[in-house]
Ligand binder design. Structure first.
Ligand code: FES
Length: 187
């Protein structure tokens, strides 16, 4: 007896039903939503730039040493009131950026950590690294080589185009004078 299946179609072929189409579409949509959640979770877990993965040893202030938890003002590269830049890994994945340790005006001889700031080298305009230029009378400026922004010694904007002060970082010193950066404390 002759077959009734058309020559171009297998006898086992089943045409897609509306039900199968809906199942496939829904499965795809659920998969996309799941992927977006997984991506969001990964992004949440990864450290963001500036926060650092954990407190990091970034160098020694100078041979002046440390008294208690404070700082004996340093010599050498700290003579102008600003030491650094020290290298800080901003994400814990080799994303290096510079930070300065700044001795505030009039704080010479201070052993108190609160007389010091740790400022990030990143310009708040477009992110170029700023450089310290010492001035007279315990003053000076951080200057950005890219578009001319200037910051006071405490990181506040003196001249734009930058519209925000340099980022501040939390820090501490151990008993050997090792400087430990703990990440940004200002946004
Ligand atoms: S990046 Fe510093 S002034 Fe533009």
């Amino acid at each position: 007896m002759a077959s009734t299946v058309p020559a171009h179609r297998s006898s086992t072929h089943t045409p897609p039903s509306r039900y199968n189409f809906m199942v496939a579409t829904l499965t795809g949509l659920i998969g996309l939503v799941a992927l977006s959640y997984i991506g969001g979770a990964i992004a949440f877990l990864l450290p963001r730039k500036g926060e650092g993965a954990k407190p990091q040893y970034i160098g020694k202030v100078a041979s002046g040493g440390v008294t208690g938890s404070g700082i004996t003002p340093a010599i050498g590269n700290f003579a102008s009131g600003v030491a650094g830049p020290f290298v800080y890994d901003a994400t814990g994945r080799g994303d290096a950026q510079g930070v300065f340790l700044v001795q505030m005006k009039g704080a010479q001889g201070s052993d108190n950590v609160s007389d010091y700031l740790m400022l990030e080298q990143t310009c708040r305009h477009l992110g170029c690294p700023v450089a310290w230029t010492a001035g007279a009378n315990d003053n000076g400026n951080f200057n950005c080589p890219c578009h001319g922004s200037v910051y006071f010694k405490d990181g506040q904007v003196r001249q734009g185009p930058a519209a925000a002060p340099l980022y501040k970082h939390d820090f501490s010193l151990d008993q050997s004078g090792n400087l430990i950066c703990k990440g940004r404390i200002s946004s």
